[in-house]
Design a protein around this ligand. Structure first.
Ligand SMILES: [Zn+2]
Length: 328
């Protein structure tokens, strides 16, 4: 087991005759700040934008971020997951220096945000040596800590919600040193140096670009609003559905990415197929395709929706998703 703590990195004090080297700093060893399994039931939607000017770049030289983004957005698939409470947890031991609750969970983006309160319901912790962490967009009524309180790494702070400047269910986690945002991943295109996540956390956080994160079927044209609410996961289309559609969401698309998707019937017959080349970078792309019901009812059997995405280049990325629905 790894213990979460702050460790002293840099030149060993012992090598310098016991005197601490000037500039050797306490650096964090961060625990994952959400009670979820990365890459299974949550993932990183946006990394820190390490490009100082206009334009975007994440630590791995990709575009999984947006201009000026200072934190790491850890998201869950849809709003229905929030009902049971997805805990935000302290990434390191520290002291609560700020806590806010009482703001509504609107998830309406800029339209619902109050200037100066973009974080919504949130918590800020101080860890010593100028390091702080911030946890934003928590659910109203969920904040469990008070200013002045000490917390251990992993301590529950509140639950993911939709307060402040947010449009999708996620925790905005922000690390700062002396008031300046720091990317805990560092990396090739970032500030360099050792990542600030604990080794076991880092191992569970492969760079997440161009990934399918949500998919399903709908009776009729799927609405993104309902996808976000998790409504299609609750009920499968039946044989009387006037239109059968397969939909999916794909994170981190970039210009030039090739996306193919199809819907097949029980006998493997192709019902619909599409292929496109992405023109605009997008943090999360929503796509669907479908077919009108042939005759009175859909033939019984298994219907298959499939999608694949490909990025050419030095490090080729290929991802795919396959979903099935049985109609009786
Ligand atoms: Zn964010």
């Amino acid at each position: 087991m790894f213990s979460s703590r702050w460790c002293r990195r840099g030149l060993s004090a012992a090598l310098l005759g016991g005197a601490l080297a000037a500039g050797a700093a306490e650096t964090p060893q961060l625990a994952f700040p959400v009670a979820c399994a990365p890459d299974r039931d949550c993932w990183i939607q946006n990394y820190v934008d390490v490009e100082p000017g206009a334009g975007v770049r994440d630590y791995a030289c990709g575009a999984m971020t947006y201009d000026g983004h200072k934190g790491v957005d850890i998201r869950v698939a849809d709003r229905s997951r929030l009902a049971s409470g997805v805990e935000a947890r302290a990434a390191a031991p520290g002291k609560v220096i700020g806590a806010r609750d009482g703001m509504p969970d609107h998830g309406a983006g800029r339209a619902g945000a109050q200037p100066g309160r973009e974080c919504g319901n949130g918590v800020r912790l101080e860890h010593g040596e100028g390091w702080t962490t911030q946890y934003c967009h928590l659910k109203r009524g969920s904040v469990r800590v008070r200013r002045g309180e000490s917390v251990q790494a992993g301590a529950p702070l509140g639950a993911i919600g939709l307060s402040g400047l947010t449009e999708f269910p996620h925790l905005h986690f922000q690390l700062e040193k002396d008031g300046r945002a720091v990317d805990p991943f560092r990396g090739a295109c970032g500030a360099g140096g050792e990542p600030l996540w604990r080794a076991d956390v880092l191992a569970a956080l492969p760079y997440m670009a161009l990934r399918f994160f949500n998919s399903g079927f709908a009776s009729g044209r799927p609405e993104h609003r309902r996808v976000s609410a998790g409504e299609y996961s609750a009920s499968a289309p039946d044989r009387g559905a006037p239109v059968l559609t397969f939909w999916f969401e794909l994170a981190g698309v970039a210009p030039g990415d090739r996306v193919r998707y199809s819907l097949r019937g029980p006998d493997g017959a192709l019902l619909a197929e599409r292929e496109e080349t992405i023109a605009q970078p997008q943090a999360a792309a929503f796509r669907y395709l479908g077919r009108r019901r042939p005759g009175e009812a859909w033939p019984p059997g298994t219907y298959v929706g499939e999608a694949s995405a490909e990025r050419a280049g030095e490090q080729m990325i290929r991802q795919s998703v396959k979903r099935e629905v049985l109609m009786r």
